[in-house]
Design a protein around this ligand. Structure first.
Ligand code: ATP
Length: 138
């Protein structure tokens, strides 16, 4: 079955939302294949966000992502890549739909980077690339 890389970003961990976010993954019926609380290294973040290097929000994004522990998760299930992004909601939490994680729990705006609580791979290629970065043994 399909796999995806999910992150509960440091803003989600700091706000005490790990449990609620994992609940959404499991309630939907996705299977957690790997899960780890860790503080991401600069190397990991540079690899993960290589496509954004040079953009104005890149450094604020790396700073946010290294500001504290995050939870890295590999989840599997039919259609999990699109399904998880749909559960997460659109990038900007101020306009994300109610019922989505970002719509229900996200509240930060006007900052240099969107503090939008979670990440999810956006394609099968991204998922395999990102899983190899965060869980090289998987
Ligand atoms: P989505 O693809 O749904 O937007 P994502 O997490 O995959 O979510 P990316 O486009 O990969 O988003 O961007 C990575 C992260 O960088 C975002 O989740 C957000 O935290 C931040 N970000 C992206 N675009 C902007 C922006 N224009 N201004 C501020 N922060 C941004």
């Amino acid at each position: 079955t399909e796999r995806t890389l999910i992150l509960v970003k440091p803003d989600g961990v700091a706000r005490g939302l790990i449990g609620k976010i994992i609940d959404r993954i499991e309630t939907k019926g996705y299977v957690i294949e790997a899960l780890d609380l860790r503080t991401a290294s600069q190397e990991t973040l540079a690899a993960h966000y290589a496509e954004h290097e040079g953009k104005p929000f890149y450094q604020p994004l790396v700073d946010l992502m290294s500001s504290g522990p995050l939870v890295a998760i590999v989840a599997s299930g039919e259609g999990v890549i699109k399904g998880w992004r749909s559960l997460a909601g659109t990038t900007d939490p101020t306009t994300a739909a109610p019922g989505t994680i970002r719509g229900d729990f996200g509240r930060d705006w006007g900052t240099a980077v969107q503090q939008n609580l979670v990440h999810g791979s956006d394609s099968p290629e991204s998922a395999e690339r990102e899983i190899a970065i965060w869980f090289p043994e998987a």
